[in-house]
Design a binder for this molecule. Structure first.
Ligand SMILES: [Zn+2]
Length: 366
């Protein structure tokens, strides 16, 4: 059995293990977020510095290489990671020199990061003849101005340097970056596997938890970990958790509004939570799942995510044209791709709800 963190990672772990002695220059591992891929890749990157790994590539955890890699002090292991992804994993993140004090945490890879990487790559490896590893995550959230510098790093790498890139959406990774990497797909668990795993982790209402996390089981555990991490400041915690999920009350409120169908009040379309606009990345999955359920109900099936709203769905779908429902759902699907672009997030949600209202009135939109 190869080195895995989760039961559904067998295949990926064996693929990584097979490359251990002949690492490509660039490896891009892609697949849904929240299934633990980045954590396996970090573990793999660290294991490459172990002096005495076992036959499955499992690091010993005791040698100097392991200790330094685990403490993030190994001079030949670098992370190019967003602040939002670094904090929960205790990976050091240096903000840019012009960073403001009360700013929001960064959710993109910024220009100073590949610049610092260039310096790192220009030095010779710490271990004579040793490998240097650069973990890049999320490779689909590299800001446009940082991408060119990053690409240069990738194009002219020093000998024995390997980039391990992890991305959720391969279509959002620049083609020029993609084409320099060998690709590996990370598969998520089946529904049953996810449920079984969550139950083994002591998650009581696994069905509901999984639906809330859009079917991404590791997100549920990651959130728990963030909530209980004494080293993360409470304000930062709030931001980290808001990125991935909605507070229950806000979610229920949103569902109530959606269940009003054509009577959805226009003043509720401006989705606000107190002074803060809701994060589109957290709102859209809820609307998306609502749409998924509406399609099921339209076909005479039971709603999957929100069974308690089954009756309301039947009611509000009366008079709704199936083609309008499909058209609206299609726009939702394409919107999912924009969720990491905070610009106009508010607008995106408002437009989605306006279209929803029109669709519910039996009208086409646009
Ligand atoms: Zn070791």
């Amino acid at each position: 059995m190869a080195m895995t963190l989760y039961p559904w990672q067998e295949e990926l772990a064996s693929q990584l293990l097979a490359m251990r002695d002949e690492l490509p220059n660039g490896l891009l591992i892609y697949g849904p977020k929240g299934i633990g891929t980045i954590d396996l890749v970090i573990r793999y990157a660290r294991s490459l510095f172990c002096e005495t790994p076992d036959i499955n590539g499992e690091p010993c955890g005791q040698c100097k290489g392991c200790k330094m890699a685990n403490a993030c002090t190994h001079p030949d292991l670098r992370y190019v990671m967003t602040e939002a992804e670094s904090i929960p994993r205790h990976i050091p993140f240096d903000p840019p020199s012009n960073a403001q004090k009360d700013r929001k945490i960064y959710r993109e890879i910024l220009i100073h990061q590949p610049r610092e990487l260039t310096d790192f790559l220009n030095q010779t490896a710490h271990e004579a003849g040793g490998t240097r590893i650069v973990v890049v995550y999320p490779a689909d959230a590299i800001r446009a101005d940082a991408a060119a510098t990053f690409l240069k790093n990738l194009e002219e790498p020093p000998a024995k340097t390997t980039f391990l890139l992890v991305a959720e959406d391969i279509d959002r990774v620049l083609p020029t970056i993609r084409s320099r990497c060998r690709l590996l797909r990370a598969k998520g668990p089946s529904y049953e596997e996810a449920i079984a795993w969550l139950k083994s982790q002591g998650i009581g209402d696994a069905d509901d938890a999984l639906a809330r996390a859009s079917g991404r089981p590791c997100q549920i555990i990651d959130e728990k970990r963030i909530e209980t991490d004494p080293e993360i400041d409470s304000k930062i915690k709030e931001q980290l958790l808001m990125l991935s999920s909605l507070p229950k009350q806000v979610r229920d409120d949103l569902l109530r509004v959606l269940s009003m169908g054509r009577d959805l009040p226009l003043d509720r379309i401006a989705v606000k939570d107190g002074r803060t606009a809701l994060p589109v990345a957290a709102v859209l999955p809820v609307i998306y799942r609502w749409g998924y359920d509406l399609l099921a109900v339209q076909q005479g099936l039971k709603p999957h995510y929100f069974p308690q709203y089954g009756e309301s769905m039947v009611k509000i779908l009366k008079g709704v044209k199936t083609e309008h429902l499909y058209a609206w759902f299609d726009t939702l699907k394409s919107l999912q791709r924009t969720v990491n672009h905070p610009l106009n997030a508010q607008l995106v949600i408002e437009q989605t709800l306006l279209r929803y209202r029109r669709m519910m009135m039996g009208k086409a939109f646009d």
